[in-house]
Write a protein that binds this ligand. Sequence first.
Ligand code: ARG
Length: 500
Amino acid sequence: MYRSRPTGNLDSKALSYLSSMTEDSDLFYYDLLGSQAHVIMLYESDILSKKETIDILKGIDQLISNSASLNEYAESTAEDIHELIESAVIKMTTMNVGGKMHTARSRNDQVVLDIRMKLRDDLNRISSNLLGLINSLLSKARENIDTIMPMYTHLQQAQLGVLSHYLLSYCFSLLRNYERFSENYKRINVSPLGACAIGGSSMNIDRNKVASMLGFSGIVYNSVDATTSRDFLVEFSSNSLNTMLDLCRISEDFIIWSTSEFGFISLNDQFSSSSSAMPQKKNPDPLELIRGKTAMIEGNLVAISSIIKGLSSGYSRDLQEIKPLLWKTSSTLETSIEIMNGIVSTIFVDKDKMYAASAKSYAISLDIAEQLIMEGGISFRLSHKVIGTIVDYASRHGSIPLNLLTVSDIATSLKKIEFSHPILTPEKILTLIKLDTPENSIRFRKTKGSPNKNEQKIMIDHVEKVIFDYEKELELRSNKLHLGMDLLDKKIKHLINESS
Ligand code: ARG
């Protein structure tokens, strides 16, 4: 829109092709904040007079309190929110005054400033929602320390476990995602403003002052880096994908567990859909959509990095295409976490069904094999063979649960592999099998991080403590952010009040 070398207007089709106005609507507020800080810094650096500063600040204030006035003042030929706001302020003040707002600034440092400001707010909400979800998983874990269930590998029954163990695994995994976002925050929360188009300015501006008024922890020092780099948002997209992949796996598990065949859990009606045709249906659509939307988040990561891949250093307009993808990623992630939190905290767990599936399961086999090693001193490989052969016998004879086998069933199986042992007689093996009840199976599992009750308590206490620490960290972070913003607010109020 501000065309000095090219003459005349942009072709109207070209203008709408160039326009980023739709995706910029989320940046409106941040662009105004950035402009306020920039203008105050220009005043404090003796580049703008007090009167000019106040006039511009009043214009910006009017746009904040009544965004509709933007349409009244702004130029319709603006390519983006930055030009739109500048043109409105110029109309409200005059070219001589408003035209100074863009001194020692370029849309190149301005756009990446706005992105960083919006992204850090998105990230803070996402982080706080993540802690909320982890808290809900933890509460459910506390209720289900004794809820015995089969654990699966290849979706085949593998070993017996407890539901809390499963839920805690996602507490750990999601906490790692929280930590990734916290690291990411450090790299987002630095100000690029003052880098100008690419090579800085010959005017006496103060980059650090702007940064601190906007709550940043510092500046992106190198001006080429400040305007070129988008690594922080590739990182954000990757962290988002990792988080969605966790939600996606929980979704898949819950979908399977809520089938009539499993019946381990049932979703609250608030989070279930119906069928327009089949009256009996209660479908897990929100979980399916978390799974489906993960594909979009994955696609966005690939698209964003592909946009960057083709570029030379410095700003190129291709970068504009990243914004709608990024906003879609952050808003989808934020709501997906909220939905998952609602589902987890209202889910019904059918402990009896889980126990019944465990009681008749061959998932006890590895525990029995380990008992044979400890009692008879045989090798793991031989023990594996003995129990495998007994399970094969039981499953071929009508899937007899192992504890209902007889001594002669076991003797027949052992004969097949010519196994005989002074201690591990068929009688002794049957005694060991009967000793391995589902409860004992869990109790006997001693290793750190396994499903036994003591380990559950250790993990619950640990997660509880980490959540507490991270909640504090988030609070501190938001206080620091507001400290800078409060300073900006104070300076604006002081200048505007002084003039009236
Ligand atoms: N609308 C542009 C974007 O979103 C702003 C920066 C434009 N800069 C430029 N030199 N054309 O990326």
